[in-house]
Design a binder for this molecule. Structure first.
Ligand SMILES: O=C(O)C1=C[C@@H](OP(=O)(O)O)[C@@H](O)[C@H](O)C1
Ligand SMILES: C=C(OP(=O)(O)O)C(=O)O
Length: 441
């Protein structure tokens, strides 16, 4: 099929046409230094917490909510109190946060999601909710969605009662813990959660606590123990910050762009609740300097990358793909640890990275004991086709390589999960995009 190069809004228009569902997008860069202003979406993690807490608080205005499908979906589902089936699609936070929220409110409803969501574990959360009196059945495979919620028998409050105690493992997903914390204030005895195992994604738990506190509910963090007393959320206004995970792709572009590249990203704060702000320090080592400007903006400037280094992603798993691609492309060896949760996200992200990096001459080698080494013998970008595995972060992590040569990205619409305007923003700073629709048979 013949297609022409498009600039400006043409791709955005094409994106709306359902014919392109199995399409690919060819990306290239005209060669000059990368410069301009790029808009990142609002944080989907903050947005989805704020929506749940707002529903529990019964009010408050949320500004700058994310346009991510995960957030739009959460908002829609919260507005459908009578639905008998809730489809969380591929959104982990929607699945986990709504399971707790709907179980706590005693709703009788079936919660389901995409085929991949039905492979993402939820047993830890279901067990915890059962201990809080929820009746929950698995309608498919034990331990995985779909779930049928059959109502809840709340514990009766007594004056001398202490917390309801739960022991929850923290080494599978922090989303179970965030989901439980957010309903904690509504429970007659509150909650005391004992965390076991190596707790991953801890900054997301802290973000939950920070948002709860913003809406008037205190949560005591004693390290391995978290305590929430029964209390009322207060309707409060909140303006969501820009998304640091989304910002990581722009850091990658500055790192890989021609010498002299720099970019400004509005809506990002110096003091952030998002753990993925760790990208500032990581990219410092890969040749990107960050300046925090007044009015919630950052300016990224290309510098020089340092030599090899080690990086633990336990606190920031969503940055792993961005960093792996940049390190391999720059030929900087990085020892990556803390990647355990990557195997149960939108795809098995370790396997996906290994296959896709190899197309360019890069590698992500499993060295055992949870250690991976990323690097490349000779990294070449020359027309490769990147598969995206239903994973928005695969598409966005590989797209910056277009600064080093043309490449095409399969099923580019996957970015809608967290960053629907991603390709449009790339066009705005000067990328050439060529959408190739799938053939119609
Ligand atoms: O709570 C959240 O908003 C998230 C927590 C993390 O998941 P895990 O806790 O499963 O690692 C992260 O990967 C995900 O993108 C968003
Ligand atoms: C893992 C992610 O999201 P979730 O778990 O909420 O589906 C992600 O956005 O990278």
């Amino acid at each position: 099929m013949v297609s022409t190069l498009h600039r400006g809004g043409s791709w955005s228009f094409a994106l709306q046409a359902c014919r392109i569902i199995n399409s690919s997008l060819t990306l290239s860069w005209p060669g000059h230094p990368l410069r301009g202003i790029a808009q990142v979406p609002a944080s989907k993690s903050e947005s989805n917490r704020a929506l749940i807490i707002q529903a529990l608080a019964g009010g408050g205005t949320l500004a700058n909510l994310s346009d991510a499908n995960d957030t739009q979906l959460m908002q829609r589902l919260l507005q459908e109190p009578a639905a008998s089936i809730v489809d969380a699609e591929d959104a982990g936070t929607v699945m986990r946060f709504l399971t707790a929220y709907l179980a706590m409110t005693g709703r009788q409803v079936t919660l389901t999601g995409t085929a991949r969501m039905q492979e993402r574990p939820i047993q830890v959360l279901v067990e915890a909710l059962r201990q809080l009196g929820a009746r929950i059945e698995y309608t498919g495979q034990e331990g995985y969605p779909p779930l049928r919620l059959l109502g809840r028998t709340p514990e009766s409050a007594t004056e001398d009662s202490d917390f309801t105690e739960l022991t929850v493992r923290g080494d599978i997903s922090s989303q179970y813990i965030s989901a439980l914390l957010m309903i904690g204030p509504m429970l007659p005895h509150g909650l005391r959660i004992w965390l076991t195992g190596k707790v991953g994604s801890r900054p997301y738990i802290r973000m939950t606590q920070a948002l709860m506190q913003h809406f008037g509910a205190q949560c005591r963090d004693l390290g391995e123990v978290l305590e929430v007393r029964p209390q009322a959320y207060q309707p409060t206004d909140y303006t969501v910050e820009g998304d640091w995970s989304a910002a990581s792709y722009w850091y990658a572009m500055v790192a890989l762009g021609p010498a002299g590249s720099h970019l400004t990203l509005p809506t990002l704060r110096r003091y952030s609740w998002q753990g993925d702000q760790a990208i500032v320090g990581i990219m410092e080592k890969l040749g990107v300097r960050t300046e925090f400007l007044a009015d919630e903006a950052i300016r990224l400037t290309q510098t020089n990358s340092a030599g090899r280094f080690a990086q633990d992603f336990t606190d920031c798993p969503d940055l792993a793909q961005t960093v792996a691609v940049v390190a391999a492309a720059l030929g900087v060896e990085v020892e990556m640890t803390g990647l355990e949760s990557l195997r149960i996200k939108e795809t098995d992200r370790i396997a996906a990275l290994q296959v896709e990096l190899a197309k360019f001459g890069g590698h992500l080698t499993d060295e055992g004991a949870g250690r991976f080494r990323v690097g490349a013998q000779e990294f070449r970008v020359a027309g490769q086709q990147v598969a995206t595995y239903h994973d928005h972060r695969m598409a966005m992590a590989f797209a910056p390589l277009a600064l080093r040569g043309a490449l095409s990205v399969e099923a580019p619409q996957v970015v809608r999960k967290s960053y629907p305007q991603f390709w449009k923003e790339l066009e705005k700073v000067g990328f050439l995009t060529d959408p190739t629709p799938a053939p119609i048979y």
